[in-house]
Write a protein that binds this ligand. Structure first.
Ligand code: A2P
Length: 275
């Protein structure tokens, strides 16, 4: 396992398992962060219309000498664009901001009630037209997936949702697996206000592995087999977060990290969100 490790999706497309999450940054910060990440070896960038970081990613890629086809870009269709039925315009805006003519993975950002089945049909069209290499969903619960699949002709390739040791999401991950859907972890570090990285037991375990708590958690994700998208705007953390291949966790370590599960979202709950 290394920074080039890829998982194979249900349509044969391969995806780098470790990505930089690119959110909560302005254009200049985004360009700096993505440039630093490219130099460190990241080849997968996770953004969304909602994050407003597509332009900075496009700028960093266009100023690098790395061919577009060696980079994997994930972006997402935002809720208002589903509601207002401006999905084609939104997709074209994303391509323009990113400075590309295709997206590697295009996701529905939320299961917006009354909209997400029609929005999925739109993603299926994009996929059939070859304008994105894979399509998927975010923040669905199993019943949303069931509703989607009743109308779908394409099974989602990826499901991105909140996963970390305080929210291990074992049931949804297992459900995805039975359907051939890869799980991807957003908020993988439990977000700063979640306090996960400050857990004393986790700090102790990290010291035993001569790594930081963030590296420990990222390694847990990788060994769980999930795609993992730690966000950082800081060059030293971007490098730290991909320096996770020089150690491994034992089954006992994995069991302990799994036992931290509280089963509660830190971010919005898909059952009650109101974006
Ligand atoms: P920053 O961008 O200032 O580095 P998540 O991906 O779970 O949402 O977590 C992202 C948050 O965690 C960001 O606030 C980010 O801050 C912080 N973060 C990212 N990498 C690390 C790290 N290695 N150690 C501590 N905090 C980190």
């Amino acid at each position: 396992m290394d920074i080039n490790t890829h998982l194979t999706l249900n349509n044969g497309v391969t995806i780098p398992q470790l990505a930089l999450g690119v959110t909560e940054m302005d254009d200049a910060q985004t360009q700096t962060a993505v440039t630093c990440a490219l130099e460190a070896g990241y080849r997968h960038f996770d953004t969304a219309t909602y994050y407003k970081t597509e332009y900075g990613i496009g700028q960093a890629i266009s100023h690098s000498d790395i061919p577009r086809d060696e980079i994997f870009i994930t972006t997402k269709l935002w809720n208002d664009d589903m509601r207002q039925n401006r999905m084609e315009e939104a997709f074209q805006d994303s391509l323009k901001q990113l400075g590309t003519d295709y997206v590697d993975l295009y996701l529905l950002h939320w299961p917006v009630a009354e909209c997400y089945v029609d929005a999925w049909k739109f993603l299926e069209q994009l996929y059939a037209q070859g304008r994105c290499r894979a399509i998927g969903i975010c923040n669905f619960n199993p019943h949303h997936i069931d509703t989607l699949l009743e109308a779908a002709t394409v099974v989602p390739a990826v499901h991105q949702f909140e996963i970390h040791p305080r929210m291990t999401q074992e049931a949804t991950r297992a459900y995805n697996k039975t359907l051939g859907i890869a799980s991807a972890a957003c908020s993988p570090l439990g977000t700063p206000w979640g306090g996960l990285l400050q857990t004393p037991e986790l700090i102790t375990m990290a010291a035993q592995h001569n790594c930081t708590p963030a590296q420990l958690v990222i390694r847990w994700h990788l060994q769980c087999g999930t795609i993992v998208l730690p966000k950082s705007s800081k060059p030293h953390r971007i490098k730290e977060n991909c320096d996770v291949f020089g150690f491994s966790l034992s089954q006992q370590d994995m069991d302990y990290l799994n036992s931290l599960n509280l089963g509660k979202y830190i971010g919005p709950d898909p059952e009650t969100f109101d974006f």
